[in-house]
Design a protein around this ligand. Sequence first.
Ligand SMILES: Cc1cc2nc3c(=O)[nH]c(=O)nc-3n(C[C@H](O)[C@H](O)[C@H](O)COP(=O)(O)O)c2cc1C
Length: 322
Amino acid sequence: MPLQLGDKVPNFVQDSTEGPIDLYSYAGNSWLILFSHPKDFTPVCTTELGAVAKLRGEFDRRNVRVLALSVDSLDSHRRWVADIEDTQGVTIDYPILAEAHAASSLEMPDAVRTWRAGGAAPALPTTPSSIRLELLDPNAVQQPIEAVIVRRGSARRFSHAPIPRAALATVVRAAAAPAPLDAHAPSICYLIANAVDDLASGAYVVGTDGGLTALREGDFRREAGFLGLGQELPADAAVALYWLVDLDEVFARLGDRGYRVAQLEAAIAGGRTYLAAYALGLGATGLTFFDDDVTTFFSPHAAGKSVMFHMAIGRHVRRAGT
Ligand SMILES: Cc1cc2nc3c(=O)[nH]c(=O)nc-3n(C[C@H](O)[C@H](O)[C@H](O)COP(=O)(O)O)c2cc1C
């Protein structure tokens, strides 16, 4: 049974940058925040760990203990802590765990082979989409990929201006291109169209044929804002996109490691969305979201699926000099 809200978290003991941690003893009678990071030394995670250290007094005042988790070894964590302390002028006086990720690593070639054997994803349902989308002429993009990468930078503000329908089609097609991985966790892309030329505003699902099927028509800017943690970015953007995965199916084939595959594959779709949008002169940003509310919003079609990644694309309002 997966953990549900309200369940008691099972105890664990594992090594950390501050020695062995017994979760229950560490938490004592405090609240506990366990926050996880995908990799040591990445810019956003590094800033976040420093920020948590700076907020230490605020956590103490609220009787909250903090505990971090990151991929990579304890050795790497220790070097990372030294780097954060050096560059941000803080003391990291809370532990970082290392074993949780290693626990699902595969040690032997045979284990890898067995795991990979379950890697091929079952075909997604191929109901023909009711709305066909014409792609942009490939010559519409004049810049080489290197220039697009250099120009890319997350949009911080969108105008309400619409984007061409063919631009949406092209971005969605780029996001859906197969990723060269040894295991797959197929996601379905859902979207809220706020402002797309010749497309009624509403909620849609993207089909395997690259077309759209309308789930609900209407102006859902307010809902898109709410689903993106109440931020203006997805409410203002022309389109908010969400990649949802049937995790039960993925876990049945790939075990716990399936979660990493699902995250990685959806993030690759998100990364391609970034690049396709910028290649077409649009803006894009990745976003955080209310998981279950996104599923509910797109249900019944999305029932049983979990959100892995969320992006917004549209006409960005550039800051001076960008
Ligand atoms: C998975 C993911 C989630 C994000 N969530 C948010 C968010 O909730 N709000 C926001 O303003 N930006 C969000 N961002 C955008 C980051 O803030 C932005 O990528 C970061 O500032 C780095 O800037 P860059 O993309 O221009 O390099 C997210 C980005 C990603 C990849």
